[in-house]
Design a protein around this ligand. Structure first.
Ligand code: GRF
Length: 193
């Protein structure tokens, strides 16, 4: 049984879908939720689902990231899933979990990624570009923003009537549908390799 830690900064709708997906799994379980925001909505999901959680403010991520690595090791974490986690993951964590950290980005990378490209900024940029489609990208992370190996993309059309808000809704449907399944498939493939 592999242990997953979810890092999240916001409401945690993806975290909740992932929690539920793995609830009765014998492949993996959600062992820990980690946040950088003390009042992040994701903590309510942690409490309601009896998942332990840790809060590390931004300063910890910058000045003592090894403390976070230690906690992940103590909790025997095998995989880290970033589900709306807004800080850059420190290199020591990336190195300690090589090929084991998955992120979801709400657009089709390599377009519309990089620093500052999160939330509504992404959907506004997609709309401004006039591109006919957008979607989700699930990828491994490395030390650059939104740059690691892509393992899955799902697409949806952008219509002339779309707004950033309507795009966000369509993209969120894709996220909730695909993220849990893609995590499961990735863990299975890793186990078999
Ligand atoms: C998602 O759109 C995800 O792609 C992005 O942050 C958002 C998180 O939403 N990285 P939620 O907190 O899971 O509802």
């Amino acid at each position: 049984m592999d242990n997953i830690a979810i890092f999240a900064s916001g409401g945690g709708s993806n975290a909740l879908k992932i929690l539920k997906h793995f609830e009765n799994s014998d492949l993996a379980r959600i062992k820990l939720i980690v946040t950088n925001r003390r009042n992040a909505g994701v903590l309510r999901h942690a409490e309601e689902n009896s998942i332990s959680w840790k809060y590390y403010p931004k300063e910890n991520w910058n000045s003592s990231p090894m403390e976070i690595v230690q906690e992940l090791k103590t909790q025997k974490i095998d995989y880290v899933v970033l589900a709306g986690f807004l800080l850059k993951v420190p290199d020591v964590i990336i190195d300690a979990f090589a090929e084991k950290i998955l992120n979801i980005h709400p657009a089709l990378l390599p377009d519309f990624g990089g620093k500052g490209m999160y939330g509504m900024h992404v959907h506004q940029a997609v709309l401004d570009s006039g591109k006919p489609e957008t979607g989700i990208t699930i990828h491994l992370i490395n030390s650059k923003y939104d740059d690691g190996r892509i393992i899955f993309q799902g697409k949806v059309n952008v219509e002339s009537v779309d707004t950033p808000e309507s795009i966000q809704k369509k993209v969120q449907i894709l996220e909730h549908k695909w993220f849990p399944q893609v995590i499961e498939k990735y863990i299975k493939e890793k186990a078999a390799s």
